[in-house]
Design a protein around this ligand. Sequence first.
Ligand SMILES: Cc1cc2nc3c(=O)[nH]c(=O)nc-3n(C[C@H](O)[C@H](O)[C@H](O)COP(=O)(O)O)c2cc1C
Length: 324
Amino acid sequence: MTLSDPDFAAVVLEANLAPSVHNTQPTRWLRVSEAEVRVRDVAERHLAIGDPTGRDAGVSHGAAIEGFVLACSAREIAATVSPSSNLSAGDVARITLSGGAAPDPLQPYVHVRRTYRGRFVPAAPNALDRIAEDRDVVVVRAKDGIAHVAAVYDTASLSSFRDQAFRAELLSWMRLSRQDPRWTRDGLNAQAMEMSGFEAAGAGVVLRPGVFEALDRLGVTAGFVAEAKVVCSAAGILLFHRPADESPLETGRRYYRLWLSITQSGLSAAPMAVLADDPKAASEMARSFSLPTGRRLITALRVGRAPERTLPPKPRLPVEELIG
Ligand SMILES: Cc1cc2nc3c(=O)[nH]c(=O)nc-3n(C[C@H](O)[C@H](O)[C@H](O)COP(=O)(O)O)c2cc1C
């Protein structure tokens, strides 16, 4: 069983709808034979400051690979993934195609899922029941528990924003104006960050070197970074954990499936990765919410019901740039 050229392009586009850190889209796809696809990494799209070990890039590859497998399943093609041992050469994995897959029930949600960073509207009391059955999550539903997560999140966020290099890198992936030619291509545009034009222009100034430090001395940056109101509007916080020694690729595949199952439940989510990346925040989460031992907190996701609205297509690279 093989993919035709148009089908390969369609599968690649669908795979690229997966989440990636800062929407960097670091994964490339090369067809080496009729039944084999080589998955490649673009090192220039890694976050040298925010992700020095490349783990987030690896998780992003894993999510994209799961997206590829899901897209193949909808075409009744089985895609078998073999992680590459030659990561330094830019090889991530090989995918072998064969016939006879059953369509994966999560695949239709690939086209619906997106990060929602705004305030949630009230959800049904049992909205999280199905997700709570997942063995990889601890669900925080109590109001005081959610408020505690929000407070730890704001403290950890402020500490990362105090790092000038981190801010500069984040700013380089922010698309704060619709005039930016990259608005529809990659990174985080103001609309995806739920910022008005005014807020986006303000963020561009506040994050600048010198400006943030001056505002910090005045004690006003905590208010700028704070997201507690948004976090506290969530129906719950999911603490997603996986075996401590798991490869980023496998973690990314599971991460994407969890997120799609949230979408399947009619809910939306936004990751709060700093809660896992900041050692103090991560140990506070583990302590407060009794995360099982031997597991790594991958991320915390705030989850809830997003308001009904029509959204534009997600910013993504064109298919020609994803193949090769
Ligand atoms: C490893 C990883 C870490 C992420 N961390 C965050 C985060 O801390 N905050 C956030 O708002 N989004 C985070 N995201 C979500 C991405 O920014 C998002 O997937 C990307 O912008 C593409 O948008 P989409 O999810 O709507 O397709 C993360 C995604 C991945 C894969």
